[in-house]
Structure formats: structure tokens, C-alpha cells
Design a protein around this ligand. Sequence first.
Ligand code: MN3
Length: 193
Amino acid sequence: MKYELSPLPYAYNALEPYIDEQTMRIHHDKHHQAYTDKMNAVLEKYPAFAQTPIEELLQKLPTLEIDEKDRSLLRNNGGGYANHAFFWTVMGPEKEIDEGLVEEAKKTFGTVEECKQALGEAATNHFGSGWAWLVRDEQGLLKAYSLPNQDSPLTLGHTPLVCIDVWEHAYYLKYQNRRTEYIENWWKVLKFF
Ligand code: MN3
């Protein structure tokens, strides 16, 4: 199966003024497209995976029968494809509060504010390129942590609920080195709470 890059679910300028149009255009049309193309180039070599969704391949990544170089390419580019596809859907120009998720967040963290604080700290303190994640673990508990590069919580057996891209390409044009300011503003474009 060959993956196509889906259009953004809103206009490129829909997240202004918190995330600027030029960043969204480059991030989606160039970066996400590049991950998509490179993932397709790897998957082309494995017709046996043609019917398996990329999320499932990421879950099974450590044990896939695949060349080690391709495993690493799939980790980076399959992860890059899936992470971004998910990222676009957790953001939006308007809040669509997810009451179920709010309840889960309260159960684990006490309050939504504390949940945001844990996720925000994971994002702020992450060294180098990567993502901050809010996930549901194997036991059904929420966790906030960061992972390097394009690594996916799916590979750890966790279900992604919210993610923040902290690669510089996600914010550098508008915020330069001010990652903390990007994250403070990012809550305005998070849809779910
Ligand atoms: Mn990115």
C-alpha cells in the first residue's frame, strides 16, 4: 500500500497567531511529505506488509522481519509519517473538549492543569529533536513523557492521546530558540482541553 499525504484538516493559517501559516506550510507540505515518501520507499520493498496499517507496523517494529537498516528507516520515517498525521488532528482553530479525556487526566494527574504541566515539562525539558506525548499505558493509566526523534509510543505498547512536536522545524520560524514560548502558546491550539 502506498501512503498519500492527507491535506491538513484546516487552513494553513487556521492556527494563527500561535502557529504561523509559513511554518504550517513547510511543516506539512515539505517535512511530512518527505517522511511519507521515505516511508513509502521502504515499504515498497516489503509487499508482505502491504495490508498492515503503519500504526500496527510501529507496534510490531522490534520484531518485524526486516533488514536492520530498513527497521531504522521505518522507525524514523514511518514514525514521522504517523506522528505528524496524528499531530494535525490534536490541534485545531477551535476547542472540541474531550470530556472523557478530561476525566482520565483528572484521575491520573489530579487536575487538567497538572496534566498540562506534566506534558509541558516533558516538552520543554526534552533535549534535541523529538516529541512530548500524553499516552495511555498498558494498564490504562495516563503518562506524560518525551521520546527522541520520530519514535512512537506505539512501539512501547502505549496509545497516543496528545502530542507536541518539539523539533525546531515546528516552531523556529516564529519562535526561533524560544521553545518555552511556543509550548505556552501551543495550549491555545490543542483541541481536547
Ligand atoms: Mn515535525
